[in-house]
Design a protein around this ligand. Structure first.
Ligand code: DGL
Length: 270
């Protein structure tokens, strides 16, 4: 079990923020990443569709023999985590709870902001989890649909990024929150610009938090890979590897090799 890989999936390239943090904190683990690039974005789709796609991604990785499954996509974590946990005999970790736990640790005034895709915000997964863990917290949410294309275009800083950040975050800034959860895989790349505008507000990056949770889980289950060599990284995508490679290299800040195109439809019938 220890030698088995960790499976990570996302609607596309964004989950590489999570892969990056996991490989930093668990450098000896082999990682298998699946990006459902043919069907991205999930953030504008109905819960029913996101659940269906997420189950297909999870099944694909399960068949690859992963020891735990990380749902890097916030949209997918928001609506499909329960369905995945019910179906898989391995541990499934989403990004919502780790992000919430981290935000609860840092807030001093009990007012937390959440930004994410439309589907994530509509699902109310973050506010529900916060209320479940600490009912007296005040929550303000905002969907920021242009942030994903902005990041995918590589526009992370400068006037265009600043104007869009201001447009979406104006109300949140005035709302008195002291903590803001970056509830989408892509948003950590906009951290500098968001932080500049949300001066003095603590940003919570769920990618960092989830990697800590994965380490803790492997440790508790006694399945940390104890090999001495660095772990391998294998990438699967459902559309052409070229765009994934191009944008993925911005996310990871290094070259990406080992990208394979797969069809989840074909895999289903195997
Ligand atoms: N990965 C998605 C998320 O974290 C963002 C991209 C999409 O909409 O699919 O919510």
């Amino acid at each position: 079990m220890k030698q088995k890989p960790i499976g990570i999936f996302d609607s596309g390239v964004g989950g590489l923020t999570v892969l990056k943090e996991i490989s930093k904190i668990l450098p000896n683990e082999d990682l298998i990443y699946l990006g459902d690039t043919a069907r991205v974005p999930y953030g504008i789709r109905s819960a029913e569709t996101v659940i269906k796609y997420s189950i297909e991604c999870a099944n694909f990785l399960f068949k690859k023999g992963v020891k735990v499954l990380v749902v890097a996509c916030n949209t997918s974590s928001s609506v499909s985590l329960q369905a995945l946990k019910e179906r898989l005999p391995i541990s499934v970790i989403g990004v919502i709870e780790p992000g919430v736990k981290a935000a609860l640790k840092v807030t001093k005034n009990g007012k937390i902001g959440i930004i994410g895709t439309e589907a994530t915000i509509m699902s109310e997964a973050y506010p529900k989890k916060i209320k479940e863990m600490k009912p007296d917290i005040q929550v303000v949410s905002k969907a920021c649909p242009l942030f994903v294309p902005l990041v995918e275009e590589g526009i992370l800083e400068g006037i265009i990024a600043e104007l869009i950040v201001e447009r979406y975050l104006k109300e949140l800034k005035k709302s008195g929150i002291d903590t803001l959860i970056l509830g989408c895989t892509h948003y950590p790349l906009l951290k500098k610009t968001i932080q500049k505008y949300m001066d003095g507000i603590q940003l919570v990056d769920s990618a960092e938090e989830v990697s800590r949770e994965v380490k803790e889980l492997l440790y508790n289950q006694g399945i940390i890979n104890d090999k001495k060599d660095s772990g391998t990284k294998t990438f699967y995508v459902t559309d052409s590897p070229d765009r994934f490679r191009k944008i993925g290299e911005i996310f990871l800040n290094c070259k990406i090799e080992n990208i394979f195109k797969v069809s989840l439809e074909e895999e289903k019938t195997k």
